[in-house]
Design a protein around this ligand. Structure first.
Ligand code: SF4
Ligand code: SF4
Length: 689
């Protein structure tokens, strides 16, 4: 580590592989200060402006919002909230085209600006050194800070590192042509930037802090050297200009000589890199309680009459910015002169090498937007040419010579065209930093970076699908296992219950008797129900289906009461009926000639008794009929009268049956008496003979 610092003190640095020296074109905007813009009428804020996930919405359409108010909140660690850049009203939450090479639509918040620029209540931190580590990280996370250098990685995650940090590197290289946003910020806000660096120092406690800045920014270098002159730990490292020295791995290599190998992170080598604009945002968030709602954007290119750096509110439409910078629509002017249909002029978000064309000027700036380039036809003729000039690769190898990631761009291009994702992985496509150096030098004018971007997007999509499929498979297998376990448990339970039932049934115990009697009772109930149904529907009842009084009692409480009364009456009648008692007396006192005669006499008596009982039943039924009708008439509603009629029919049928039974019994009794008398006389005759 000391040898590194020694080299740095001597102004010696390492070199990274490849790189190019394109025309800088920074002078277009570097001579003018950062300008404040008037408030736009509308802001369009994409919910996701960084690497990770969008936060959960905190507002709805129609809500009034204040400047700095959080509009979303963290839903997971990789989510970064967005805030209202000024006061106004939420007029829509819908999908809109975003500033992205894909040109896809994402969920956006539309804010109608009220022009008052009213702040939310803020708490200024007088001394950030009194804040503990977690308080600082929370402030950074709540402020929605994502890396402003272009990648947009959530800052609160990057600064929340556990391993020892040897070097904190501040990326102030700003190596891409045309862009001067960081240069101007360093010149005008060097003190705030150094405050941000101090906050990071407090969090990460690195051994050294290295600010890497290219030698084409003399004023910024002076400002930083002045702001850090009393801080021994901080070294301002002036680097030779070479594109892309601002790449994270390239800057680490230049300053420390460390190669961050493929698939590893700088933190694995004890190094953390932060962009200079991110340091300013951290200072604003922790000290001034200002979330990330604005940034410096370079509006440059010869199609602008007033190119300059501007303080731009996030969500400001590109069309508004172009108007502010005096955009001359060269395409449409030419079209109107030539009387041909007008078309969109080329507008690039980002620099000429890493930027991408914007197809819709209604897209808005996001956290990672550092430059809007509107070139003239002379300046960048290729941007106006909608037809590709691409020809076959001649295998010159120039692309590989300039590649800072030491990749094989021509092979990557072939694999990307063939959609050979396996080969692209083997060729380390994801180590490509989209610097565009290969495409810049390609004599065949192959838009190499475009191929890589498309291939990366496809592979990421495929990875997402694979992850989803894997998750779905895991869920499916877990469910299948659970269902099988439940089935086994259910079967075991049923088996156990069946065994217990069987044991109970087989056991000659009181329990068994109860169970059996319960089954018998259930069967009897079913029989009674069936008999009642047959009666009501007029189906003739067979002798085996005839129910006793108790069965009838189950049909209804009234009938049960009637049946009970019947039984009582019968019992009474039995005791008072003369012929029965007389008969019993006869059975007891009459001398018996022999056994047969006795039996006949007993049978005769029984038949007479049965006939008398049947007669009494018939009489009683006749007597009870009006009272049942009265009860039913007084208690049942009009609807129930239909039921009453049915019941009456049933009762009448019962009575009829009883009368028939009585007549049958009477006839049987008579017949029995006659038979018995005949038999007796025959026996007597035989005896006398
Ligand atoms: S620079 Fe272009 S032509 Fe040359 S090898 Fe690379 S892709 Fe092919
Ligand atoms: S765009 Fe990728 S492949 Fe091309 S030079 Fe840059 S890092 Fe290498």
């Amino acid at each position: 580590m000391d040898s590194i610092i020694e080299r740095i003190n001597q102004g010696k640095f390492w070199h990274f592989h490849g790189g190019i020296h394109p025309p800088e074109q920074k002078s277009i905007t570097s001579g003018k200060p950062i300008k404040l813009l008037a408030l736009p009428k509308q802001l369009i804020l994409p919910l996701q402006q960084h690497i990770g996930f969008q936060g959960n919405l905190l507002v709805k359409v129609g809500d009034k919002v204040l400047k700095g108010q959080a509009l979303t909140q963290q839903s997971n660690p990789m989510a970064v909230p967005v805030h209202a850049p000024t006061s106004g009203t939420i007029t829509a939450i819908k999908k809109s085209v975003i500033a992205h090479p894909s040109g896809l639509s994402e969920l956006c918040l539309f804010i109608d600006v009220d022009g008052k620029d009213t702040w939310k209540k803020r708490e200024i931190c007088q001394d950030f050194t009194k804040l503990n580590r977690q308080e600082i990280i929370k402030k950074i996370a709540d402020a929605g800070i994502a890396g402003l250098g272009g990648a947009g990685f959530p800052t609160h995650i990057k600064v929340n590192t556990k391993p020892d940090v040897n070097f904190l590197i501040i990326n102030a290289a700003e190596c891409e042509p045309y862009i001067t946003a960081d240069d101007l910020l360093m010149r005008e806000q060097s003190e705030a930037i150094v405050d941000g660096i101090k906050i990071l120092d407090q969090l990460l406690t690195p051994a050294f802090i290295l600010i890497g800045i290219e030698d084409n920014k003399p004023q910024a270098i002076k400002a930083l050297q002045h702001a850090t002159k009393h801080i021994e730990k901080i070294k301002v490292c002036i680097l030779p200009t070479k594109y892309p020295s601002g790449g994270e791995k390239q800057l680490i290599k230049i300053l420390t000589g460390t190669e961050v190998s493929s698939g590893t992170l700088p933190i694995n080598s004890g190094i953390v890199v932060q962009n200079v604009a991110t340091c300013f945002a951290i200072s604003d968030a922790v000290i001034n309680d200002i979330p990330l709602i604005r940034r410096v954007v370079t509006l440059t290119g010869n199609a602008l009459s007033k190119p300059q750096n501007f303080w731009v509110l996030l969500g400001t439409k590109i069309s508004f910015l172009l108007n502010q910078a005096g955009f001359v629509n060269e395409v449409n002017e030419t079209a109107s002169i030539r009387n041909i249909p007008q078309s969109l002029p080329p507008v690039i978000m980002g620099g000429p090498l890493m930027g991408f064309s914007i197809l819709n000027e209604q897209v808005s700036t996001v956290k990672t937007s550092n430059c809007i380039l509107a070139p003239s036809r002379v300046e960048m003729p290729s941007a106006f040419n909608h037809h590709s000039n691409e020809v076959e690769c001649i295998r010159c190898g120039q692309c590989a010579d300039v590649c800072p990631s030491q990749l094989l761009p021509q092979e990557l291009q072939w694999s990307a065209k063939a959609k050979d994702h396996q080969q692209l992985t083997q060729l380390n496509l994801f180590d490509c930093i989209d610097c565009g150096a290969c495409a810049y030098v390609c004599p065949s004018q192959i838009p190499l970076v475009q191929y890589y971007r498309v291939a990366k997007a496809e592979m990421r999509q495929q990875q997402q699908l694979d992850i989803k499929a894997e998750k779905a498979k895991t869920r499916f297998e877990a469910r299948k296992l659970r269902l099988e376990q439940e089935k086994i448990a259910r079967h075991a339970k049923h088996k156990k219950a069946a065994a217990a039932r069987k044991a109970t049934m087989n056991k000659k115990s009181a329990d068994g008797g109860t169970a059996k009697s319960a089954i018998a009772a259930a069967l009897a109930r079913v029989k009674a129900k069936k008999a009642a149904e047959n009666k009501s529907t007029g189906v003739p009842v067979t002798s085996s289906e005839k129910q006793n009084d108790n069965d009838l009692a189950e049909i209804s409480p009234v009938k049960a009461a009637i049946a009970r009364a019947k039984a009582k009456r019968l019992a009474k009648d039995k005791t008072v009926e003369a012929p029965v008692s007389t008969s019993e007396e006869i059975i007891q006192i009459q001398p018996v000639s022999n056994d047969e005669t006795k039996r006949n006499e007993i049978d005769n008596k029984k038949a007479r008794i049965a006939a008398a009982i049947a007669k009494a039943k018939a009489k009683k039924a006749q007597v009870n009929k009006p009272s049942i009708e009265q009860i039913e008439h007084s208690t049942e509603t009009e609807q129930e009268q239909t039921n009453e009629k049915t019941q009456n029919i049933t009762t009448a049928a019962e009575e009829k049956k009883v009368r028939i039974a009585a007549a049958v019994a009477k006839a049987k009794a008579k017949r029995k008496i006659l038979d018995n008398a005949q038999q007796a006389s025959t026996t007597n005759n035989e005896e006398s003979t």
